[in-house]
Structure formats: C-alpha cells, structure tokens
Design a binder for this molecule. Structure first.
Ligand code: OSB
Ligand code: MG
Length: 369
C-alpha cells in the first residue's frame, strides 16, 4: 500500500459567536485539512495551527510549509508508514508539533480504515462515551458571562471552563460560582500572568475550582512550581507541555498536578498516548483539551479521551457549539449526562461533506510522487 497523493486544504470556518481569550478575539477558525490517499482509501487529518501565532508559534502558514517541504515529500510513493515509523522519520524536523500531528492523524485514519478498526480501540480506549465540558470565552461583563453559563448548563453541560485574564479573573469566577454553587468549574489564563501578577489569583482557592489552567508563560515551569506551592487548587498545564518529557518533568517538579493533553500541541496521538500512560502510572489526572476543531479533529479528540486515564471532562463540546456549518456529515451531540459518544466506525469514523468542504476551502494543493 503506497502513498499515492496527499492533499492540503487551507480551511476557514466561521464560528457561531466570537471566541475571546487572554491572547485575543477570533470570529473564525482556520486550520489545514490533510487528505492522504493510498490503495483506494482516504485518510483525513486536521492540523490545528490557527491563522495567527497567538496560542502557539505555529500558524497555518508555517504548518503548510513544513508539511509541503519537509514532512510530506519523504512519504510520497513510499509504503504507508505506521504512525510510529512516521514519527521516527519526522524526528529530524525540530518542533512544528501541530504539522506533525495533522499528518499523523491522517495515517491513523487511513490505517484504521484499512484494518476495519475504530481509532479509539487502536489507541486503547475503554469507554463508548466520554464526559465533556464547554470552554467559554471572555464576555462583556460578569452578568453576560453568568447568562451564557446558564444557557450551557441548561443544554446539559455539567463542567464549564472560563477564560480569564488580568482584571477579568476572580470577579468573574466568583459571579459564576455564586450563581452555580455545585457546577464543576475551572479557569484558563492562557499564560496571561507573571508570578507577581498571579498574586491576584490566590483568592480563587476559595471557589472550589477543579483546576487553574496555564496561568504563567509557556516556557516557565519553574515559576509554575512557585505558584503551585501557594495554591491548594491544582495547576493544570496546557501550552507548557509539548512532549512526554516535559510532562514528566512538570509533574516531578510539582509545577502542575494535572495535564491538559492536546494531540496537536504534543506532536500527535502517539505522544498524547505516551503522556496519558506516564500520568496514569503516577496517578496524575489528565483531560483532553480542544482547539475549536472541525468534526475531523473532534472525532480524534473523542477517541483519545476514551483512554482510561482521562478522568476529567474534556474541552470537547457538541458540534452545535462551534460552527454554523461543519465539514463532516456526522454531528456530535451532547447526551443528557454531559457525555459525547466516541465514534465507532473504522479510523476516525467520520465522512466529509463535499459541498461544505468546498465552501470552507480557501486554498488547496495536491502533492504526488
Ligand atoms: O487554551 O484550551 C485552550 C481554543 C483554542 C486555543 C486554545 C484553547 C482553546 C479552548 C477551546 O479553550 C476548547 C474547545 O475546543 O472547545
Ligand atoms: Mg488552555
């Protein structure tokens, strides 16, 4: 089974409502969809790098370049590599984890289709449905935020994450906590604080939060350790964890007690599973983060979150929370118990809607041997 062609598609998806974090506000989401063809089968992968280098240094532009010029050429016309062999070959490319993860996802999808097995089963998943929550962006006021939280709670979400930044933190969390005393609640600062300004976060300890996500800079494990020593609430790292090694070191130095696993950020599902395995061995809880994925990436996240160590609800909301029109035929819906079903068909278990895909495509490139 040789790789016959790989197509890159630059997509732009309009969000139903803007999403604002400490690093900025977006109205739409861009990403790269990969289509890998071999032996009459097509595997899909989603590269989660966005248009702007805000969450990560990677962008659609950098990922397009790394895929087209470095990661894809060695694969064309060659036997389909396993995800592990692909990673071994790609190890010479420094960084660019999102580019690697997008291509690795397409390999998992295609090999799963060839084997007739769903991704979750191949990764070691043990659940047919996974607990999920919703990540809510910054709003105009605490009152507006409480109203939006109420609407998500009404639609069945039992775990809510609030985005925070300096000046919009404890007050917001306190308002939501007093309106919803029993809600599973957590906050995410996306690196907006320094050790000094994070002093303002200490009162969060009285609000019974599940965790505080990535308060400090992504390259600053040490100050996260200093901050964690002053907080009872667990710190959870997102941006800081880009490899299994960093996950191990962060836990060993007590820079965090919980890890948010995003396959894109760590270089793919293989590395995501390795982080899951080492956290499980040390008893550290993990959960599956989200990057506002299309239905393709959402299917991958659901499969990953089916692994046994994912004991906290993921940022994997129902399809209707994100886009007016998604590119997959399948729609992920929220069950009454705040879970979403893990796809059961071979590979990622999703099919693409060609018309919706065409409407979302800004640019495409077919690479052949
Ligand atoms: O920090 O977890 C984050 C979205 C884009 C970039 C970074 C983050 C997020 C989210 C949204 O919080 C999670 C989702 O996909 O629902
Ligand atoms: Mg985060």
């Amino acid at each position: 089974m040789n790789v016959e062609a790989i197509t890159l598609r630059h997509l732009r998806m309009r969000l139903k409502s803007p999403f604002e974090t400490s690093f900025g506000r977006i109205h739409g989401r861009e990403c790269i969809l990969l289509e890998l063809r071999a032996d009459g089968l097509t595997g899909y992968g989603e590269c989660v790098a966005d248009r702007d280098p805000w969450y990560s240094y990677e962008t659609v532009g950098t990922a397009w370049h790394i895929l087209k010029d470095h990661l894809i050429p060695p694969l064309l016309g060659q036997p389909l590599p396993s995800p592990e062999d692909f990673q071994a070959g790609a190890a010479g490319v420094r960084g660019h984890n999102m580019a690697k993860a997008g291509l690795e996802m397409a390999l998992w999808d295609l090999s799963g289709k060839a084997a007739g097995k769903p991704l979750a089963a191949r990764l070691g998943g043990v659940r047919a449905t996974v607990p999920v929550g919703v990540s809510i962006g910054l709003q105009e006021s605490a009152a507006a935020l409480v109203k939006i939280v109420a609407s998500y709670v009404e639609s069945g979400y039992r775990r809510v994450k609030l985005k925070i930044k300096p000046g919009q933190d404890v007050g917001l969390a306190r308002a939501v906590r007093s309106a919803f005393p029993d809600l599973a609640l957590q906050v995410d600062a996306n690196s907006a604080y320094t050790l000094e300004s994070a002093e303002a976060l200490l009162p969060l300890d009285d609000l019974g939060l599940l965790l505080i996500e990535q308060p400090l800079a992504e390259d600053d494990l040490w100050d996260h350790r200093q901050l964690q020593s002053r907080l009872r609430t667990p710190i959870c790292l997102d941006e800081s964890i880009t490899s299994p090694r960093h996950a191990r070191q962060a836990l060993e130095m007590e820079a965090a007690r919980i890890i948010n696993i995003k396959a894109g950020r760590v270089g793919g599902l293989s590395a995501a599973r390795a982080i899951h395995d080492l956290c499980r061995a040390t008893g550290a809880p993990v959960w599956c983060g989200g990057m506002l994925e299309t239905g393709v990436g959402r299917a991958s996240n659901l499969a990953l979150a089916a692994l046994p160590g994912f004991t906290l609800p993921g940022d994997i909301s129902a399809s209707d929370r994100y886009y007016e029109e998604d590119i997959t035929v399948e729609r992920f819906i929220l069950n009454p118990d705040s879970t979403i079903g893990v796809p059961a068909a071979p590979g990622l278990g999703v099919t693409l809607d060609p018309a919706a895909l065409a409407r979302a495509t800004l640019d495409s490139l077919v690479l052949k041997p």
